[in-house]
Design a protein. Structure first.
Length: 350
């Protein structure tokens, strides 16, 4: 049994930013190509929301994966394994999981109940509400050892149980490299170092992401709209066999429509889903003096970890009480990159 660790986020007020920021370069993560590490940063199961996970094997051969759910409130990862036929997709609803049933019917003209139909890639546990956290899948070989096959791709769909509102985003992938030594320490980017004698085994994680979004405001009391933006952040360095995770300091550089710059900061551990206005009032329209912002989010301090980020913007209207949300993986700066290690339990690959 893995010990429990509370995950927290602590915000700090915004001030004028004086830092030095690096320009755009070659991309490292992918949302369009198959990869060997697949990250779903935001998986939610509550009384109002559920999540549909879709994962596919893009290769013309069988593929295997080891997956970990990690609750963002209490660090207690749950693992399961998947085994795919060539070019096989699969899906499940997070609150229900997916049981092994050899009598499943294929989905087709005579069977339109496609949920759970077809070949089951493995027993997938159901998540109990409330759950808010990540899902991470690592491609492995038939023995369970990490392997560079670059076969996995995926999509997550958050679904409101009552309204039917959906928020869809692609999983973020990291390409595997030929230097993979198949041990339980996955080296994401970086040069040879302690724990990573051969250097990078997978593509590195960005340390900087660029989020374009409306400033937060709430005019519903005047028959107007309310707009807000939240981000989900997952540090790339994680140890799924340990009870402790290292904190990550995030700095925010905001540029408004008049090219004025401001800043804010927060520290997270494990996982965080952050409403920008909860980090600092600098994200609010009345403070920033602008309707639209470009915010660069960057890992800072001595911690060399990169991170994965997804963005969700919402709009609510007082008239007819409508709600709309959109999720995306924003662009990122690829220099500097993190030097990260993902630790797997010892039984994997043994």
């Amino acid at each position: 049994m893995v010990g429990h660790r509370l995950c927290v986020a602590i915000g700090m007020a915004g001030v004028v930013w004086l830092g030095n920021w690096t320009g755009l370069a070659r991309a490292q993560t992918t949302t369009t190509e198959a990869a060997s590490v697949l990250v779903f940063p935001r998986v939610v199961v509550t009384g109002s929301w559920d999540t549909i996970i879709q994962i596919g094997n893009n290769a013309n051969r069988p593929a295997n994966a080891r997956c970990y759910y990690a609750n963002g409130t209490i660090w207690a990862p749950t693992n399961f394994s998947l085994a795919f036929h060539q070019q096989q997709p699969t899906h499940w609803v997070a609150s229900r999981g997916r049981a092994l049933d050899p009598n499943d019917q294929e989905c087709g003209v005579t069977n339109n109940d496609c949920d759970g139909a077809g070949f089951d890639p493995g027993a997938i546990p159901a998540l109990d509400a409330p759950f808010a956290g990540e899902l991470r899948c690592i491609e492995v070989d038939a023995s369970g050892a990490p392997w560079t096959g670059n076969a996995l791709s995926g999509v997550a769909t958050l679904m409101h149980r009552t309204s039917g509102e959906i928020v869809k985003y692609p999983a973020v992938g990291l390409h595997g490299l030929e230097t993979n030594d198949a041990d339980t320490s996955l080296c994401l980017g970086g040069d040879p170092r302690v724990g990573c004698l051969h250097g990078a085994e997978y593509a590195g994680c960005p340390k900087s992401w660029i989020v374009s979004h409306p400033a937060d405001f709430d005019d519903r009391s005047f028959d107007g709209d309310a707009r807000s933006t939240s981000i989900t952040v997952v540090p790339c360095s994680e140890d799924f066999g340990a009870a402790m995770q290292m904190p990550l300091l995030l700095q925010f550089r905001l540029t408004n429509e008049f090219e004025e710059t401001f800043s804010a900061a927060t520290t997270i551990t494990c996982w965080a889903d952050l409403h920008l206005s909860d980090i600092s009032t600098v994200f609010q329209r009345d403070t920033i003096g602008s309707n639209w912002l470009q915010t660069t989010v960057r890992a800072a301090g001595d911690n060399s970890s990169g991170f994965i980020l997804t963005q969700q913007s919402t709009r609510e209207t007082a008239f007819l009480a409508t709600f709309a949300a959109a999720g995306t993986v924003p662009p990122h700066e690829t220099e500097p990159l993190g030097s990260d290690i993902v630790g797997l339990p010892e039984e994997v690959g043994q």
